[in-house]
Design a protein around this ligand. Structure first.
Ligand SMILES: Nc1ncnc2c1ncn2[C@@H]1O[C@H](COP(=O)(O)OP(=O)(O)O)[C@@H](O)[C@H]1O
Ligand SMILES: [Mg+2]
Length: 250
């Protein structure tokens, strides 16, 4: 399997704070990778660096063989990387449908859309794919938290990404909502998307990934299967705690 994303020596300082330091990893085409670690470990900062919201202090990011360091966020979206945010941020006064339509229009989607059936049709399709059919006309501000997470995903999908970055997709959701969102992420993976998921809900995360990176104080301290991590002393010390969270679900 080919490599879709290569990150080498990625480093970001905020003043004296090394939020991300010397992080290297690769993502294979079609792989779903997890990123875990304590609050403040640098997880979201990595997404901000990958998507051009922040510029690295040092390091290399190669997407499909091409450096994307220094590119603007919208250029990176057009190259095929989309993200969701830890804190959802839809346009609250617009409808569910309008929120997705804007994402469709704001990319190459505008030209692509005309070719493959029009933006409205596509918006409907993306809403359906995340299970929001029937709620097209609701204002985003009136959606439940679970539905907002779905809308967030639909907006990311509307940019037709190859690589999808999900920042805590399960945060704030009850188990039932997680159980209905999780198969959706699985489906996206089966359809061929490459995915990186930051998540604290480890049991649920481990159902979706075969490999996980652990960050602590900005550094990558482990990279392996859920089982390997659950036995890794550094990961236990930094994050899992002794006899604390269970990584492996079976
Ligand atoms: N834009 C910023 N300016 C200054 N400090 C930041 C900024 N973004 C994140 N940080 C700091 O960088 C560290 C890593 O943050 P973050 O990547 O959000 O962690 P995580 O997502 O793992 O909880 C934290 O100490 C945070 O306060
Ligand atoms: Mg975060």
């Amino acid at each position: 399997m080919g490599t879709i994303l290569e990150v080498h020596d990625l480093t970001k300082y905020f003043g004296g704070l090394g939020a991300v330091r010397n992080v290297s990893f690769t993502l294979h085409q079609g792989e779903t990778l997890g990123i875990i670690g304590p609050n403040g470990a640098g997880k979201t900062t990595i997404f901000n660096l990958l998507t051009g919201f922040l510029k690295p202090s040092r390091g290399m990011i190669t997407f499909r063989g091409e450096s994307i360091v220094g590119l603007k966020p919208w250029t990176i979206v057009n190259k095929g990387i989309a993200r969701t945010f830890q804190i959802v941020r839809p346009f609250h006064q617009l409808t569910t449908f309008e929120n997705v339509t804007i994402s469709c229009l704001s990319q190459t989607g505008a030209s692509k859309g005309r070719k493959d059936g029009g933006v409205e049709e596509k918006s409907g399709k993306f809403l359906e794919s995340v299970g929001l059919s029937g709620k097209e006309g609701m204002l985003a501000k009136d959606l439940s938290h679970g539905d907002l997470k779905r809308l967030e995903l639909a907006r990311a999908l509307a940019t037709e990404p190859e690589l999808l970055l999900l920042d805590e997709p399960f945060a704030g959701l009850g188990l039932q909502e997680i159980y209905s969102l999780s198969p959706l992420i699985q489906k996206l993976s089966q359809e061929g998307h490459s995915i990186i998921i930051i998540e604290h809900k480890l049991r649920e995360l481990m159902k979706l990934v075969k490999r996980v990176i652990t960050l602590n104080f900005g550094e990558k301290i482990a990279d392996g299967t859920p089982e390997e991590l659950s036995r890794d002393e550094k990961v236990i010390q930094a994050y899992l705690g002794k006899g604390g969270q269970t990584l492996v679900t079976v």
